[in-house]
Design a protein around this ligand. Structure first.
Ligand code: ACO
Length: 328
């Protein structure tokens, strides 16, 4: 191992499956309406995968991040995939992507922190890269939420969508993108969002019914976010010896436009510092932050190397939540 080095973000990429499902489309089999969904959540449509699995979306996002850089794939030493909707328990999505992009020198593993996964995975990747002998790491948020939601449950089916985003990190001597972090978990409140339950099943157990679909107490999550997230953001900014006014953008997990508005109000920061794309994609869980980051870089709102101050904030199942203060 070499001495601790700096870590910078060198490129991002995203991939969204083609098929669009509008709110109107959902009314074909759910007792819901565009008015209910858009007024409560801000969502107008979501993209749904028809054949591609989580590793396929993640592979395409990784390829796009690589295409936006000039690095040789053999120099990638680490791949972490944040996901709560893996193709399988084994092999991991990260190992599948490692094979697909032929990153033969990379170690690879998945990390599950639900909708906070990208924040958790970026933090872990930064720590590992800073003390490693390899030069590049890929952090990917990839989800096919459409395979875990119960399509007959209008209270959750309308909220989620599929997609993937990827970020390429470089160990270097000059530029540190990761300034500070404030990350938390509270497992005692985990029942507010459950998914993929697998109960003990063997010849010795009585028969049990397992409901693997995603279940969520929307109200509890909403209250938790409004209480915890503004405090979390204030703390990461304070730790960095900055003011909220110094932050150019707060890139929040895209769960609900009303939640984002509530956080902006509580922090007394203008809503236009909280970019949103939830209207197009719904809640893509661990993928939402890198997808939004990619779009902000793509449209020029954020320019890599321009020293803008950005807070990335994830929150959701676990419960897990956290913020990274980064300079881009
Ligand atoms: N269409 C029409 N009516 C609906 C729908 C729907 N799709 N869904 C629920 N309703 C009804 C309910 O049945 C209820 O009817 P009732 O009063 O007759 O019983 C009524 O609407 C109100 O339901 P609530 O659940 O109280 O609605 P609420 O205003 O709380 O909005 C929502 C629900 C949008 C889920 C909100 O609570 C929310 O966004 N919570 C946060 C979710 C979140 O942030 N999750 C992030 C974590 S995700 C992760 O980690 C993977």
């Amino acid at each position: 191992m070499s001495n601790q080095a700096k870590v910078k973000i060198c490129s991002v990429g995203k991939y969204i499956p083609e098929k669009v499902l509008t709110n109107e489309d959902l009314t074909e089999w759910l007792d819901t309406s565009d008015e209910w969904i858009s007024s409560r959540t801000g969502i107008k449509q979501r993209h749904i995968s028809t054949i591609e699995n989580t590793s396929d979306l993640g592979t395409r996002a990784a390829e796009n991040a690589l295409a936006n850089s000039d690095i040789d794939v053999s120099e990638i030493g680490l791949i972490i995939v944040a996901t709560m909707s893996p193709d399988s328990q084994s092999p991991s999505v990260a190992c599948k992507i490692q094979a697909n992009i032929q990153a033969t020198n990379a170690i690879a593993f998945d990390l599950n922190a639900a909708c906070s996964g990208f924040v958790y995975a970026s933090s872990v990747a930064e720590k590992m890269l800073s003390v490693s002998s390899y030069r590049y790491a890929l952090v990917i948020g990839a989800e096919v939420m459409s395979k875990v939601v119960d399509w007959s449950d209008r209270s959750t089916a309308v909220l989620f969508g599929d997609g993937a985003g990827a970020m390429l990190l470089e160990r270097n001597d000059h530029t540190q993108s990761f300034i500070n972090e404030d990350i938390h978990a509270d497992g005692s409140r985990g029942s507010a969002l459950t998914s993929g339950e697998s109960s003990v099943q063997n010849p010795l157990t009585p028969e049990k019914e397992t409901n693997a679909h995603l279940k969520m107490s929307g109200r509890d999550i909403f209250d938790f976010v409004v209480r915890s997230v503004p405090k979390n953001i204030s703390e990461v900014v304070e730790k960095s010896k900055l003011q909220l006014e110094d932050v150019d953008y707060f890139i929040l997990h895209q769960a609900n436009a009303r939640l984002i508005k509530a956080v902006s109000k509580k922090l007394k920061q203008p809503l236009d510092k909280f970019p949103q794309n939830i209207q197009h994609y719904g809640n893509t869980s661990a993928a939402s932050i890198p997808i939004l980051l990619e779009e902000l870089i793509e449209n020029g709102d954020i320019q890599l190397g321009n020293n803008q101050t950005i807070v990335l904030t994830g929150f959701g199942g676990g419960l897990a939540w956290g913020s990274l203060l980064i300079k881009l």
